[in-house]
Design a protein around this ligand. Structure first.
Ligand SMILES: [Zn+2]
Length: 230
């Protein structure tokens, strides 16, 4: 064990792990992002205000209780690096880390008892096959750890449902645009759902996901994303 620690210290002298934000060598105890870049993350603080530009993307389309965006997505900024590492460098842990960080902010912001269930936006089956994991699920896992709310895959891309039996169809509910369906829809009834995704741009994917959840009779819908494009 001790030898391993020495070896790791030695290796990090030769190949120091660098901060995703500023490329500086990471101090001991920091993972992926140095303390200065963590402190300076372009947070939106959307969880502290009910009236903000991210919520406007959903207004008049789907009833959303809270739209919670951890940080702004800025071109060539730190969140672009984080998302790239999460999606293309097999770094699920950075998604969980972001989820934990945001989870702590949400607890401090009064969201301790707001949700019953965290539901990630499902990945396209082909992408899932290539990547091997759903990055939104990793973010949901981090949130789940801190908020003490379970995270479950409850949505499926409708394309994927073709092979399911008729019996399964009774228990699923499809959105009006037919892209996503809720599986095991009965269990969603009355739940306060936090729908999570890695990035929010126009909101169209999240809106498509919201439809079958609302149709399944959930009590409230909120949205949490790692990064939002203004
Ligand atoms: Zn840094």
């Amino acid at each position: 064990m001790r030898l391993q620690t020495y070896l790791n210290d030695f290796l990090s002298l030769i190949y120091p792990k660098l901060c995703l934000g500023c490329d500086a060598p990471l101090p001991k105890g920091s993972k992926y992002i140095c303390p200065a870049c963590h402190y300076n993350l372009p947070k939106t603080n959307s969880h502290l205000s009910d009236d903000h530009l991210f919520k406007e993307k959903f207004q008049g389309i789907v009833p959303v209780k809270s739209v919670l965006v951890y940080a702004y997505f800025i071109k060539d900024g730190i969140m672009q690096q984080v998302l790239h590492d999460l999606k293309y460098n097999d770094n699920q842990e950075i998604g969980r880390m972001m989820g934990r960080w945001f989870g702590h902010d949400l607890l401090l912001g009064g969201y301790a008892d707001s949700f019953d269930l965290i539901v990630p936006v499902p990945l396209h089956p082909e992408k899932l096959k290539n990547r091997g994991y759903n990055q939104s699920f990793a973010f949901g896992e981090g949130l789940s750890e801190v908020l003490k709310v379970p995270v479950k895959e409850m949505l499926i891309r409708e394309k994927n449902l073709a092979s399911q039996t008729r019996k399964d169809k009774v228990h699923r509910i499809q959105g009006v645009d037919g892209i996503f369906a809720a599986t095991n829809a009965d269990s969603l009834n009355g739940q306060n759902v936090l729908l999570v995704d890695d990035v929010l741009t126009t909101g169209s994917t999240l809106i498509s996901c919201a439809e079958p959840l609302l149709a399944a009779g959930i009590s409230s819908l909120s949205i949490a994303v790692m990064a939002g494009v203004k």
